[in-house]
Write a protein that binds this ligand. Structure first.
Ligand code: URA
Ligand code: ZN
Length: 362
């Protein structure tokens, strides 16, 4: 049987934690004098930084930054291999003059973490996007000299103007030629106004359940519309949360393209690759969707050989009894088992076989 592999699992390595602890602007980590019993808090979104709140940000403990906690979590959930990535908001906020050296330090930190757990940990690298394309390309090339990296994690903002920005082309070219997978992950969500006046009553549900996946959907659709995968047919991306809503909406997006007079006039329809083709040749989807309907859409859109199990650890811990198995993990495992029924090979491939093949693990 193939090992169980978690391709969507985060860590804030020591170099990143020190940085967050040294900061007072978002993103930062600290305890608050007016609420010390809440412990250390992680504040990564401007909306979490409300000055009047006594419960700013989210609780953060060793499970976010200690490698032993990752291994303990893996052992408890029978995960053989994890491909760890820095969690949002990565270095998007970093001063251009610091970003390249911070990225190097974080990637070196993560390489050491992986080296201390042979065969169990691999990684997606962090890029100094605020420093511009040349610095990013240099780090992409340097990552190929570190033995545990299999790709990079990026948010949806690219170099600041989203993923349809032509300034990203040298970066796509470098990723394509070094065969590194891009793990595309959300952070910014949607403008707060869409959640309405009562948003605060609903905790983090609207931004996490809907803002995150819609952000991913819009970002990848903009990349597709701009012709990224026509220009870089060998570029491969792993989309977080089963592609947001891309598998469900691919037909509608494709139909809107086919019926768009502006695109036709600009001769942008003939010769372009269809979303269905891109989904089956360039895109991988994680299985972090917590339900069979979403997973079936993902499987239908990309194929069962392109789906990979993930947990999103250390996010979504149980609200009680954190020492027990995590509900979020069990829900994803159950969805995979439910969708594959008696197709044991298909289930094992999603749980790890596909990741071993695609990411050259072991
Ligand atoms: N919340 C985050 O900020 N990031 C994740 O990856 C999951 C939940
Ligand atoms: Zn995540």
């Amino acid at each position: 049987m193939a090992p169980v592999v978690d391709v969507h699992t985060h860590i804030y390595p020591p170099a990143y934690v020190s940085l967050l602890r040294s900061r007072t602007d978002v993103p930062y980590m600290r305890t608050f004098a007016d609420n010390p019993s809440a412990g250390e808090r992680l504040v990564i979104l401007p909306s979490e930084d409300a000055a009047t709140s006594t419960a700013r940000g989210r609780p953060i403990g060793p499970e976010y930054y200690e490698e032993e906690e990752k291994i303990k979590f893996m052992d408890k959930h029978n995960i053989d291999i994890s491909v760890i990535s820095l969690a949002n908001p990565w270095l998007d906020w970093c001063d251009a003059s610091d970003a390249a050296s911070v990225a190097t330090q974080i990637n070196d930190d993560v390489e050491q973490v992986c080296s201390r757990h042979p065969g169990r940990l691999y990684a997606f690298g962090t890029l100094p996007l605020s420093a511009g394309a040349d610095a990013v390309v240099a780090e992409i090339k340097r990552l190929t000299t570190l033995s545990h990296f299999r790709g990079v994690i990026i948010g949806t903002s690219g170099l600041g103007n989203g993923l349809d920005d032509p300034a990203l082309e040298p970066i796509w070219a470098a990723l394509q030629s070094t065969k590194q997978l891009v793990f595309l992950h959300p952070h910014y969500g949607l403008p707060a106004s869409v959640y309405g006046d009562r948003a605060a009553e609903y905790g983090h549900v609207l931004p996490l359940a809907l803002g995150f996946p819609l952000e991913t959907t819009i970002a990848i659709t903009r990349a597709i519309l701009s012709g990224v995968f026509d220009k870089f047919p060998g570029l491969e991306m792993l989309l977080a949360h089963s592609g947001g809503t891309l598998p469900f909406l691919a037909g509608r997006i494709e139909s809107c393209i086919a019926h768009d007079g502006h695109l036709k006039q600009a001769s942008k329809i003939a010769g372009r690759r269809s979303i269905w083709d891109i989904l089956k040749a360039n895109i991988y989807l994680d299985a972090v969707v917590y339900g069979e309907a979403g997973l079936k859409a993902a499987m239908e859109a990309s194929g069962k050989d392109r789906l990979m199990f993930g947990t999103d650890h250390p996010f979504f811990p149980p609200l009680e009894d954190e020492d027990n198995e995590w509900l979020s993990v069990k829900t994803n495992e159950k969805a995979v088992s439910g969708v594959f029924g008696s197709d044991d090979q298909g289930r094992d491939d999603v749980m790890g076989g596909n990741a071993v093949r695609v990411l050259r693990l072991g």
